[in-house]
Design a protein around this ligand. Structure first.
Ligand SMILES: Cc1ncc(COP(=O)(O)O)c(C=O)c1O
Length: 432
């Protein structure tokens, strides 16, 4: 309790740094012994050595990959979930937790304009959500094309890497659609489907690409999916939160046509790991695919079964991981969420302006959400790499290079409302 209290109260949160395996080996000889240890000693080992060897994703200076910024309310409630090992498997076992989780899912479904019948489940992450949704898409397509067909999934070069893994597991092939301005569009999708030698079981539209924060042409994609009776999956794992931001909402036009939609509250909806919301337009289709059948589970499916979250993704046992989001939403109110997301969008626009004013850096493309891709004029990949290491060494920021159209460049991903323009200015000054 003391440790968690102190960690929650940290301000600012230090970035910390990962250590080399041999250093950890030297510093932490295994404490797992036959006789056990004093808990104070092991907690102190964790506090002194292990915790500082974990980068703090919730630091305002963590600007790589996709950071995290959970609210204190959600973190506290995560402890409530842990303290009782609260599960959310079936209505029979966990009606209260499921009722509350579904309220949070409903709020998300409404943001996306999904019908009242839409529903789903919180899973561990966007990867698990993409896999579960695409499994439903493929099984649904079999009812049209037969069970022996080998399907393609339409994607773009910006589609998240987890979709490639999902396609491998589902034995489907990628139909890579030529992008327009790095976005998947309706017209190019139509052409690609017409030219495909395989039936297409799903289109993965991205609402906030990881590398650049770009949103595909959702309304064009939705129209083509309807014309061709193809499942439209929208991966908004990172960007979907911006549905709640009036300044970005219109860019998502067409999302209401999605058959399945993913947004990760553990990204830009300020919930702790691990939490991804997976929603289906018609949850019956998902239930037909994911319900596990065993004689000892029959009791879960009797008439008292209002909603069994285990039936909507590839899992059975699951933590009631939607509850921290539910508690935090209920406590802070949705206006506070809107303001926090807008604040991040404003910071992003200000950073883009700052980059335009500086001589040593330039924007690679205009930010659409909260990712800024830019170059340090004249730098080689090695220079980016050594600068990035030094930046972390100096605890000024965690910013790693990426590639854009084959060129090594730099990228900021913002989602902490307290990351200030001053912090970013300090980081950019180190590139001079
Ligand atoms: C667009 C997108 N989809 C899927 C994922 C995978 O999510 P997770 O890391 O939660 O599995 C990410 C992660 O960054 C993402 O940005």
């Amino acid at each position: 309790m003391r440790y968690t209290h102190d960690r929650l109260a940290l301000d600012p949160v230090p970035l910390d740094r990962s250590l080399r395996a041999e250093d950890l080996e030297r510093l932490v000889a295994t404490p797992i012994t036959e006789a056990g240890n004093d808990p104070e000693a092991i907690l102190s080992l964790f506090e002194q050595v292990i915790a500082p060897a974990i980068l703090s994703v919730d630091s305002t200076r963590f600007l790589s990959f996709i950071p995290a910024a959970p609210t204190k309310a959600s973190l506290l409630f995560d402890m409530v979930v842990s303290s009782a090992s609260l599960q959310g498997i079936s209505w029979l076992e966990a009606s209260g937790a499921i009722h509350a989780e579904n309220q949070a899912l409903r709020w998300i479904a409404d943001l996306a304009g999904m019908p009242g019948s839409a529903g789903g489940v919180f899973v561990s992450g966007g990867s698990a959500a993409n896999l579960s949704a695409l499994a439903v898409a493929r099984e649904t397509a079999k009812t049209i094309h037969g069970t022996s067909a080998r399907f393609a999934v339409a994607v773009s070069a910006q589609t998240h890497s987890s979709v490639a893994n999902a396609m491998l597991l589902l034995e489907t092939d990628a139909l890579v659609v030529e992008a327009v301005d790095h976005r998947l569009t309706g017209p190019k999708l139509r052409e690609a489907i017409a030219g495909s030698s395989q039936p297409v079981c799903a289109v993965v539209a991205t609402a906030g690409s990881t590398n650049a924060g770009l949103i595909d042409d959702l309304s064009g994609i939705s129209q083509v999916c309807r014309e061709n009776n193809i499942w439209m999956h929208v991966d908004g794992a990172y960007g979907g939160a911006a549905l709640h931001a009036p300044s970005a909402r219109e860019r998502f036009a067409g999302i209401e046509g999605a058959d399945s939609f993913v947004v990760d509250p553990h990204k830009w909806l300020f919930a702790p790991y691990d939490c991804a919301a997976l929603l289906y337009r018609d949850p019956n289709q998902a239930r037909a695919v994911h319900t596990q059948k065993a004689s000892y589970l029959d009791v879960l499916h009797e008439e008292t079964a209002e909603w069994n979250p285990s039936d909507y993704a590839y899992h059975l046992t699951r933590r009631a991981r939607g509850l921290p989001l539910w508690f935090s939403l209920a406590v802070h109110g949705t206006n506070a969420y809107r303001e926090a997301i807008e604040k991040v969008l404003t910071t992003t626009r200000r950073v883009a302006n700052l980059i335009r004013q500086l001589d040593h850096v330039e924007l690679v493309l205009e930010p659409e959400l909260s990712v800024v891709v830019f170059r340090r004029i004249g730098w080689t990949p090695d220079e980016y790499s050594s600068w990035s290491k030094q930046l972390l060494e100096d605890q000024i920021g965690f910013v790693v290079p990426t590639k854009w159209d084959g060129e090594t460049v730099c990228r900021f991903a913002f989602l902490h409302p307290n990351t200030t323009i001053d912090i970013v200015g300090e980081i950019l000054a180190t590139m001079q």
